[in-house]
Design a protein around this ligand. Structure first.
Ligand code: GCO
Ligand code: MN
Ligand code: MN
Length: 389
């Protein structure tokens, strides 16, 4: 395989400890591979050309560790980061594995659970900041319901808001340089999650006390699980300056949460996404939140990680090829701005403009007549992606 596509530090590729560390457990079967110690993950990812490593508090420090055990683990992990030139760009909290969170952390009906949730997040934020993280992700894995009469969804939203406001104030109080990135998911593990899409979060963020501290962490698989167009969701986040982080993977529509290797299923969606990120100058981490098939041993895990990075870089090359393809660019140019004389009617409202527009004549049948040639354009993209252009 061509080394030109291998991950490089400047590509800003990151993986979670939980991604390459996934042991292949699923609801029907036990782990199919052994856990890989975090320090070994740091070494291997660095060799493969990754730049960053992300973690939940308990990916590194077991939930029942003593202060002494915690400090020893963190010391060794920091040494590995230094030895292998890796950083921790993002950290997050596990508020979903322990059964105490079975009915949510922030949104639980029980104030004692909510208080424990806040305590756990504050400790995890301290850990993340100690390791150098500048982005803090919130994925409310258990913030949802099966029994939808057991909790008023309005209460759930109010509790979530209260928790986030509290934590924003904590970060400011501590003078941490940390931004929050909210990650939506429609379902799994709960039947219905309270923030099912990135769009739900974009609206909610504006209702917080410090909206400028909070953005989104959209995940490809999550939007595809909801049958949505990921590229459009990410575009909306970029357009309002809220794309703080991104979770890259792949997912077939209508299936369980698959977390496949980036770009392994839907080439066109992956291309459109990479093109958007690159053209818009997104300079945050390219984080792969995915895992190797359950069929794999450790070697397969590293093949998986290498594959995510290679595929991203191959799509990046395809976007350059797309931009240099004279025929494609010619068509795009032709599509744009066909009727410049009508620009004067558009843009900012004024009474005068509105009156003039109301008088303008439109022959809508003539306007509707020409074909737009999108079939040909789309086929050109298909052929480019299939390596024929
Ligand atoms: C999932 C989620 C998680 C989160 C992670 C970081 O579907 O399980 O995508 O992997 O991204 O917990 O917050
Ligand atoms: Mn996910
Ligand atoms: Mn994710």
């Amino acid at each position: 395989m061509d080394d030109a596509y291998k991950g490089k530090k400047e590509d800003k590729f990151s993986f979670g400890l939980w991604t390459v560390g996934n042991v292949g457990r699923d609801p029907f079967g036990d782990p199919s591979r052994k856990p890989i110690p975090p320090t070994r993950i740091v070494k291997k990812l660095s060799e493969l050309g990754a730049w960053g490593i992300n973690l939940h508090d308990n990916d590194l420090v077991p939930i029942d560790a003593t202060r002494q055990q915690r400090n020893k683990i963190v010391r060794e992990f920091k040494k590995a980061l230094k030895d292998y030139g890796m950083i921790v760009p993002m950290a997050t909290t596990n508020t979903f594995s322990h059964p105490v969170f079975k009915d949510g952390g922030f949104t639980s009906n029980d104030p004692k659970v909510r208080a424990y949730g806040l305590q756990k997040v504050m400790q995890a934020i301290d850990l993340g900041v100690e390791l150098g993280a500048e982005t803090y992700v919130f994925w409310g894995g258990r913030e949802g319901a099966e029994c939808n009469v057991a909790k008023d969804p309005i209460d759930a939203l109010k509790r979530y808001r209260e928790g986030l406001n509290y934590l924003c104030r904590y970060v400011r109080d501590q003078k941490y340089k940390l931004r929050f990135a909210m990650e939506a998911k429609p379902n799994e593990p709960r039947a219905d999650m309270y923030f099912p899409t990135t769009g739900h979060y974009l609206a909610f963020i504006e209702t917080l006390d410090f909206p400028e501290m909070v953005g989104v962490n959209p995940e490809l698989a999550h939007e595809h699980m909801a049958g949505l167009n990921f590229h459009h969701g990410v575009a909306q986040a970029i357009e309002v300056g809220k794309l703080f982080h991104i979770d890259l993977n792949d997912q077939r529509f209508g299936r369980y949460d698959q977390d496949f290797r980036f770009g392994s299923e839907d080439y066109k969606s992956a291309f459109l996404l990479v093109r958007l990120l690159e053209d818009q100058g997104y300079d945050g981490p390219r984080h792969f939140d995915a895992h190797a098939f359950r069929t794999e041993d450790e070697k397969g895990v590293w093949d998986f990680a290498d594959g995510c990075m290679r595929t991203y870089n191959i799509f990046k090359e395809k976007t350059a090829r797309f931009a240099e393809d004279a025929e494609i660019q010619g068509i795009l140019k032709e599509i744009e701005g066909k009727n410049p004389e009508f620009e004067k009617h558009l843009g900012k409202y004024s009474k005068k403009k509105a009156q003039s527009l109301k008088r303008a004549k439109f022959d809508i049948d003539a306007m509707a007549k020409p074909g737009l040639g999108y079939e040909r354009l789309d086929q050109m993209l298909t052929e480019l992606l299939l390596g024929m252009r």
